[in-house]
Design a protein around this ligand. Sequence first.
Ligand SMILES: NC(=O)c1ccc[n+]([C@@H]2O[C@H](COP(=O)([O-])OP(=O)(O)OC[C@H]3O[C@@H](n4cnc5c(N)ncnc54)[C@H](O)[C@@H]3O)[C@@H](O)[C@H]2O)c1
Ligand SMILES: O=P(O)(O)OC[C@@H](O)[C@@H](O)[C@H](O)[C@H](O)CO
Length: 385
Amino acid sequence: MKALHFGAGNIGRGFIGLLLSQAGYEVIFSDVNDTLVELLQERKSYTVRLANEEQETFTVSGVTAINGKLVAEVAEAVAQADLVTTAVGVNILKHIAGGIAKGIELRIERGAAPLHIIACENAIGGSTQLKEHVYALLGEELRAKAEAAVAFPDAAVDRIVPLQHNEDPLQVTVEPFYEWVVDESQMMEGFPRIAGIHYVKHLEPYIERKLFTVNTGHCSAAYLGYLQGYATIQEAMAHSPIAFLVRHVMQETGSLLIQKHGFDLAQHEIYMDKILQRFKNPYLIDEVARVGRSPIRKLSVNDRLVRPALQAYELGMSPTYLAMVMAAAFLFEDEGDPEAVEIQADLRDIGITQTITKYTTIREEHPIHQLILTHYEQFKQTAIS
Ligand SMILES: NC(=O)c1ccc[n+]([C@@H]2O[C@H](COP(=O)([O-])OP(=O)(O)OC[C@H]3O[C@@H](n4cnc5c(N)ncnc54)[C@H](O)[C@@H]3O)[C@@H](O)[C@H]2O)c1
Ligand SMILES: O=P(O)(O)OC[C@@H](O)[C@@H](O)[C@H](O)[C@H](O)CO
């Protein structure tokens, strides 16, 4: 069985490639990084090391790679695959849609078996977004045929894989914890189950719990840590005022999740405690720059800050800690991050009030806008105590 995975990066090699290989798939990575592609083609294996005391190491073998810039090759790989997955970044999905669309066309011409395409990105409805990009490239007739030939089940994936600084460029160090949840209600009948994946009939509680707890908490540590001059999440979480605030942000989203999805309070406390421990994992060095990356995406209306804040507000809560993290996100500067640079340019050109509305969609008259503004002004004057 062949799995084609787009994105041979940290989560691609450190989680999806490893799990699929262990489940019996021959994994073919598609990536645009020439060095990674050549190394994978040459060695056909790589190692994954767990970030814990034992430092257990797994060898993932029987893998290869194709160059994602060669669209005809990508399309052929899609045509021959038994499963397609992605971990490229949600904003990159539109760039891989062309090869996938051509591959689907080939599958339809050849009468190939039905295919599942699962986007493993940190986003609500990642696979559905990919489907929209792909369908935009197919004519009406092909779209109708694709409905019976391809399914795009949404998913939630969780494993912290930091930026890698290993001597071996293919080796990946990952945290021991992992979770991959897939929406089986969007899958074809009689699909083969993959060991290690948790299939659920309704994904929304799972993706919202993951994004609004792990990722909301994580970016809170990053943006607040940045303001205190910390370079890593581990350093930021060791500063007790930051750890305190991160917990409060997670409690805010927790109240929403419990009210909206009916999670058990005690179970949710255990879930949060475990996540806070994961952030502090002393065997990982996770950079603030990675966790805070792409602040425009993170401040967008359907992502980890604004979406829970608006939902909480609708339920009568005042999401003050979420607003505080949004304020910190507007102060996140990183010359190497084009989205951080763009926000800083807007702050200079149009000021904070319009910049908040531009990125969060929250209008000036909304109480959350006021909360963000107040925290922003406070951060400009005083450090976190
Ligand atoms: N790292 C984590 O802890 C983690 C955990 C869960 C989910 N995610 C999500 O997984 C996705 C990838 O994150 P990452 O940390 O692995 O990033 P990464 O930068 O390490 O990996 C992304 C890979 O995609 C490749 N890529 C870029 N454009 C491409 C294209 N057109 N075709 C094929 N490959 C292309 C890049 O070269 C890179 O190797 C993101 O959506 C992220 O939010 C990451
Ligand atoms: O990948 P991003 O930029 O959406 O978010 C950064 C981190 O919070 C994220 O990669 C986590 O490490 C991961 O989502 C844990 O499962």
